[in-house]
Design a protein around this ligand. Structure first.
Ligand SMILES: [Zn+2]
Ligand SMILES: [Zn+2]
Length: 515
């Protein structure tokens, strides 16, 4: 079996994608700073998907960002604290930009969906069979989940991670190098304060630099830094009406799924709430973006899906990330897809040698697993050893600000953590579970690697179950250092089987931030 689906399944409608965007658990017990990092991550992921031509997933993430920040975080209990109020206000200022991008993507999604409908009237079932190709049973159920996944529904050239890890490694090395080059060039360019946007005939590199600048500028506005000077004026975001938290109306919300959602109403509300009527017009560079197709080159896709796409001015070679989409390798217990996470095989060994002095002194050591998103898969490319304080049974990151600053500077996403149990067995302690919840809220694919070098098994890769693990631990109010949780299935192996693939040959760097 090839494991490659050349046939595209049915694309999703705007309403279906919007419904998916609303389908996330919001829990006000989780600290606002965690939610703000989550919101920031949604924007970064959306940018990558959009750059790779995966407009459905970009749309879903942008919509989720707007919902999270506008509907949820404005009423978060922590938003009353002055420091948080400022951070939240910065995040709210990104909403008009996100709404603009939604408006640019929407007609492309509608056109693609309508074309598919016209050409496949009455053939939905057979198309689903082509997508599945596995017959009845649990695979069929997973196929149904896949059909509702904006990241892969309607995409050509979807790949099974298990059968294409070699290609994944090649793609990752090339793309990570390319992004590093862009980032370096952007920094130099900013330092010299020259070069810039040239209009319609801008080169691909200039376009990417401009995108990177826009993202950096946007991020600096979130975090309160001084925006870098752009050669074209950046549109100033209109002052949103939700800048001040509505503390007088605030009632402690119960933990619940997002409420049912009416797409058109919601956009209308966003426009009312965030003054889109008076917002600046879509900047020129965004209009230009909308006319450039980053879709796969023609031979990779069925002709029917290409018809409504604008002509590609920069067709991507077959070894570029936009040419492929990795399928999710597993699903959460609630049916949400888990993207494949590629883990360098040698990383554990490297971490253990760094940890050895602590391990010999019966002290824990922890490291942060960082990486990026490429072609709907996650790649761990850097092991960061943060400043930390440890005992024989605990390890705590200190100076989190320095860690996040480093990740932002290097454009890294946090994908999980790794720590040692110098004398205990390989398991997730109650404290580990509480720690890991924060990671998994920000990124559902986040993993916890536990190394117990003196025991057998000597290591494991874990994630929380959802349900019941995430909700159980997030709702747990026990304060003891170690305390029992009633459920037995709070966490699970993420590798045998799961969404994590140990990948020989995947390069990574180690950075030690300890003084
Ligand atoms: Zn532990
Ligand atoms: Zn607990």
């Amino acid at each position: 079996m090839a494991g490659t689906s050349g046939e595209a399944a049915m694309p999703l409608s705007v309403a279906e994608i919007a419904a998916r965007a609303q389908d996330f658990e919001y829990n006000p017990y989780i600290r606002l700073k965690v939610w703000l990092r989550t919101a920031e991550l949604l924007l970064r992921e959306a940018q990558i998907y959009e750059d790779e031509g995966n407009i459905q997933q970009a749309y879903m993430l942008l919509m989720r960002f707007v919902t999270l920040v506008a509907d949820k975080l404005s009423a978060h209990p922590d938003s009353k604290e002055p420091a948080n109020r400022r951070a939240l206000k910065m995040m709210i200022k990104s909403i008009p930009d996100a709404v603009d991008r939604l408006e640019v993507l929407k007609p492309r999604i509608v056109a693609r969906y309508n074309t598919w409908q016209t050409e496949n009237a009455g053939r939905e079932e057979s198309a689903a069979d082509v997508w599945d190709g596995q017959g009845p049973g649990s695979k069929r159920r997973l196929s149904k989940y896949a059909e509702a996944d904006p990241a892969i529904a309607g995409r050509a050239k979807t790949l099974e991670a298990s059968e294409h890890s070699g290609l994944a490694v090649k793609l990752a090395h090339k793309e990570i190098q390319r992004r590093d080059d862009v980032r370096r060039t952007t920094r130099q360019s900013n330092d010299r304060d020259q070069g810039g946007y040239e209009g319609d005939d801008s080169t691909d590199l200039q376009r990417r630099i401009e995108d990177t600048r826009r993202r950096m500028d946007s991020r600096e506005r979130h975090t309160g830094g001084t925006p870098k000077k752009l050669t074209k004026p950046h549109p100033s975001a209109s002052e949103p009406s939700l800048a001040a938290p509505r503390s007088s109306e605030y009632r402690y919300p119960s933990i619940s799924k997002s409420r049912p959602f009416q797409y058109e109403d919601s956009i209308g509300k966003m426009e009312r709430n965030f003054g889109r009527e008076s917002a600046p017009p879509i900047p020129e560079k965004q209009v230009i973006r909308s006319t450039i197709s980053y879709e796969s080159p023609a031979p990779m896709r069925p002709a029917k899906l290409l018809k409504e796409e604008p002509p590609s001015s920069t067709p991507s070679p077959v070894d570029e990330p936009s040419a492929y989409t990795f399928k999710p390798s597993a699903y959460l217990e609630n049916g949400s897809p888990l993207r494949t996470l590629f883990l360098p095989t040698l990383l554990r060994e490297s971490f253990l040698s760094i940890a050895r002095p602590n391990t010999q002194a019966n002290l824990e050591t922890c490291g942060i697993l960082c990486g990026t998103l490429i072609s709907n898969a996650l790649f761990i490319s850097r092991l960061v050893i943060p400043e930390q304080e440890s005992t024989s049974d605990t390890c705590e990151t200190t100076n989190e600000g320095a860690l996040f600053d480093y990740c932002d500077k290097e454009d890294l996403m946090v994908l999980g953590w790794i720590h040692t149990h110098p004398s205990q067995t390989c398991f997730m302690s109650s404290r580990d579970l509480h720690t890991h919840c924060g990671y998994q809220v920000m990124m559902p694919e986040s993993i916890a690697i536990v190394c117990a070098p003196s025991k057998s098994p000597s290591w494991g890769v874990f994630r929380m179950t959802d349900p019941p693990g995430m909700k159980s631990v997030l709702n747990c109010r026990q304060t003891g250092l170690f305390h029992p949780h009633p459920e037995t299935d709070i966490y699970t192996d993420a590798m045998r089987p799961g969404h994590v693939f140990e990948t020989p040959g995947l390069e990574f760097k180690v950075v030690d931030l300890r003084p």
